[in-house]
Design a protein around this ligand. Structure first.
Ligand SMILES: [Zn+2]
Length: 298
């Protein structure tokens, strides 16, 4: 019997097959539509699925899916890396690059390699550079230097527009129980900006330095050594941002490709750091806007 799920799976596979064939025939504009349709179907189906946020439960979800992938004869290295990552999550650690390397998928036949392939695809003979690389987060490659600079310059104004006219008590209020206040978000943006500034200077001053992985997320509620008011937190975020932008404006464009070795994400350039932090901030703006709306409505 054919179910809705089967129909869904079969159209996804068909869309990818059609896209590959179209690309082979040079019909890239139509191929892109087929690939976008497949991506949209997948994300639409995944969007309503609720999963736990507790680390142990999330780890067991990943272990469960790793076992199912193993049954489907997924490449053993990818399955083992998923398990290692799940174990780290379960133990409250951030999985590092050695346990969870970047995967590369052959765009032609789907063969998987962990780390940049050093030879042609063993299944279809495709060249290594044609493999699709999976970075930990798209933020790393989302913006070119000019877009990132523009965004890093403008976002503090956006933040100010949201917090303008709100009193300190409201800024500190936990609107949704257990979730961040606007003050926590401002602290988080200020802390992330501090990490960006430190890393930009490190990558300019040293050749291929080690970049420590920072759990910036966990600092937002730590209140020791914090300035007295949320506005002061915003001011230190803004002044640090201006300093970073001045530094970035002063380097030659080629230096944006200076690299370091990030413990969690592997090789990372100044360009990728700027793109990462600029996009990261955009991801937090809707949270601040939501809190502002709730505070001004009540
Ligand atoms: Zn292949």
């Amino acid at each position: 019997m054919t179910t809705n799920n089967d129909a869904h799976d079969s159209i996804l596979i068909r869309l990818h097959a059609i896209a590959s064939k179209l690309e082979g025939e040079g019909q890239y504009n139509v191929a892109k539509l087929a690939r976008a349709a497949a991506d949209s179907l997948l994300r639409t189906a995944a969007y309503p699925i609720e999963l736990p946020v507790q680390k142990d439960k999330l780890a067991s979800e990943v272990h469960g899916i790793a076992a199912r992938l193993s049954d489907l004869e997924m490449h053993v290295d990818l399955v083992e890396s998923l398990k290692a990552g799940a174990s780290a999550i379960g133990e409250g650690r951030l999985p590092m690059l050695e346990d969870t390397p970047h995967p590369f998928v052959c765009r032609t036949c789907g063969h998987v390699e962990l780390d940049l392939p050093g030879r042609n695809c063993p299944r279809c003979n495709a060249w290594p550079r044609t493999f699709q690389r999976y970075l930990p987060v798209y933020w790393l490659d989302a913006m070119d230097p000019f877009e990132a600079m523009n965004c890093l310059w403008r976002t503090p104004d956006e933040v100010m527009r949201f917090i303008n006219g709100i009193g300190e008590d409201e800024l500190c209020r936990e609107v949704v129980k257990g979730e961040w206040s606007i003050r926590n978000l401002l602290t988080h943006l200020r802390d992330a900006q501090g990490v960006l500034d430190f890393r930009v200077n490190l990558l300019i001053e040293k050749d291929n330095p080690t970049i420590e992985s920072k759990a910036v997320f966990e600092w937002a509620k730590a209140e020791s050594e914090r300035p007295a008011s949320s506005m002061e937190i915003f001011d230190s975020y803004l002044s640090s941002r201006r300093k970073t932008l001045e530094t970035l404006r002063g380097i030659p464009l080629a230096d944006w490709w200076r690299k370091g070795r990030h413990e969690e994400f592997g090789t990372i350039s100044i360009k990728q750091q700027a793109s990462y932090f600029a996009t990261h901030e955009l991801a937090h703006l809707p949270q601040i806007e939501f809190l502002r709306e709730r505070l001004t409505a009540s």
